[in-house]
Design a protein around this ligand. Structure first.
Ligand SMILES: NC(=O)c1ccc[n+]([C@@H]2O[C@H](COP(=O)([O-])OP(=O)(O)OC[C@H]3O[C@@H](n4cnc5c(N)ncnc54)[C@H](OP(=O)(O)O)[C@@H]3O)[C@@H](O)[C@H]2O)c1
Length: 289
């Protein structure tokens, strides 16, 4: 039986694995978050794994507060890089396969086409730099896969979709940035894809492959278009006004273009990735039944 430890299980992505567990009875999941298992503590991890041996660790734990990371870089690097190094070392010793997530923010957003896995990263934020450092640290694990994703949302935790839904009840109009382009990703689709990857590769795990994949929902949009689609589904009366990044500056640099090229994961796994509007609708059905 495949045994999988999910770390950071109370976050957006971790919670989606919880949702999928009943459909995957051939897998034994162990769900933990910082209360049960702090991944920055090597000794704690070793004790936990002595008692709960697993074949895979899916690391959903991360420091994801992009703006706050600028003020507390040590915390971002501890969780996004040092903890990944610890996990990688433990996985190598115990022959555990490690699946880890990274971000479109490792790129600087100046590309004129979707980013491929082999494009050179150039992060412009502490968050992006800490995630890139985590990608480098993971090479200490023998068996691993990194999946970079973008604009993640789900019915759990806080995210853009839930923020727009909340504001649509509180305000009559809302300004949303219309000159940053990316691809929204429903965390449920990403979690399903990870389970497909494990199923496909369990018996012949990656050897010489370049073990980074890009995954997002198909298509691209601006934050403004994303917000308009959310509002369209809710049929709320709120007016969404497009603004430029200059007019609505954020504390932290945001890439103007961070679309990920998903050809490699699509071909390797033989999957069809749902379009972002279709997946948004599914998530909204859960959020606003
Ligand atoms: N969110 C996005 O838009 C986005 C975009 C691209 C890539 N990603 C990547 O996708 C992955 C999943 O992101 P997500 O949005 O699901 O993250 P999330 O919702 O922020 O969840 C992360 C979870 O990890 C927990 N955690 C914090 N410190 C921990 C520790 N020391 N040990 C164990 N758990 C700890 C967090 O608890 P607390 O909440 O108590 O801190 C939280 O429950 C991450 O690798 C992220 O970098 C996310």
């Amino acid at each position: 039986m495949i045994k999988i430890l999910i770390t950071g299980a109370d976050g957006q992505l971790g919670n989606e694995f919880r949702q999928l567990a009943p459909e995957n009875r051939d897998i034994e999941f162990i769900f933990t978050d910082i209360g049960e298992l702090d991944i920055t503590k090597e000794h704690e991890l070793n004790l936990f794994l002595d008692e709960n041996p697993v074949n895979y660790i899916i690391n959903c734990a991360a420091y994801t507060a992009v703006d706050k990371a600028e003020e507390e870089p040590e915390k971002a690097f501890l969780l996004n890089a040092r903890a990944v190094e610890i996990l990688a070392g433990i996985c190598a010793e115990r022959k555990i396969r490690l699946i880890h997530f990274s971000t479109d923010y490792v790129f600087d957003g100046t590309s004129a086409r979707p980013y491929k896995e082999e494009d050179t990263p150039h992060p412009r934020t502490i968050y992006g730099s800490s995630k890139l450092e985590g990608e480098r640290m993971i090479h200490k694990a023998n068996d691993y896969v990194i999946i970079r994703t973008s604009w993640l949302y789900s019915a759990f935790s806080s995210n853009f979709v839930k923020t727009i839904l909340r504001l649509s009840k509180e305000k009559n109009q809302l300004q949303v940035v219309a000159d940053q382009i990316g691809s929204p990703t429903w965390a449920n689709d990403l979690a399903r894809t990870v389970l497909i990857l494990i199923d496909r590769y369990h018996h012949h795990w990656f050897e010489d492959r370049y073990r980074i994949y890009h995954y997002s929902n198909k298509g691209a949009c601006t934050w403004y278009e994303f917000a308009c689609e959310i509002i369209k589904i809710t049929a709320s009366g709120i007016k969404i006004l497009p603004v430029t990044t200059k007019e609505y500056p954020s504390k932290t640099f945001r890439p103007a273009y961070s679309v990920l090229d998903t050809t490699k994961i699509t071909n390797d796994l033989g999957i069809e990735i749902p379009g972002w509007k279709e997946s948004l609708k599914h998530c909204m059905d859960v959020l606003t039944p």
